[in-house]
Design a protein around this ligand. Sequence first.
Ligand SMILES: [Zn+2]
Ligand SMILES: [Zn+2]
Length: 172
Amino acid sequence: MHLNPYGEDAVKLAADLANRRPASAEELADRCRAAGLVVEGPATPEDLERTAVVLDTWEKVVDTTDEHERAELVNGMLAAAAAYPRMTDHVGSGWHLHYRDEGQPLSGVLFSLIAVGTALHLTGRGVHRLRRCAVTECTTVFADTSRTGRQRYCSPRCANRDAVRRHRARAA
Ligand SMILES: [Zn+2]
Ligand SMILES: [Zn+2]
């Protein structure tokens, strides 16, 4: 893998895959590549299935508001997914860390990437910075990487929608 190894890119990829689940192994591989992941070898239907399980587990992390429970869920993912960190230059474009064993299928890479990336995001930026959009009918997940850490909506569109609604409610 090669996106800024285990920071916000990993959480953003997790959110992207969770918000719009890939329909095929090819789509999964393409979207990982588009996010900057170095995908070695073809993705298989098994990768797609396993990734769906990883994303289901990850959505539980998103939907937990209790921070201790959240940490426990992430720790469970880390225990199952991660190996000791090691330096690698496997694509010849710079040394970085992998938190997994060599030769993992794409789903194994994603599991470790999402677990470690989420842990680093929550410890580095703030444990509350992962949530769903505040608009009730919008279930979009996002990682809050804003300066203030008070992002409530997935997009400006949803923020506007809610502002209009609140305005109407006041006017009525
Ligand atoms: Zn790598
Ligand atoms: Zn939204």
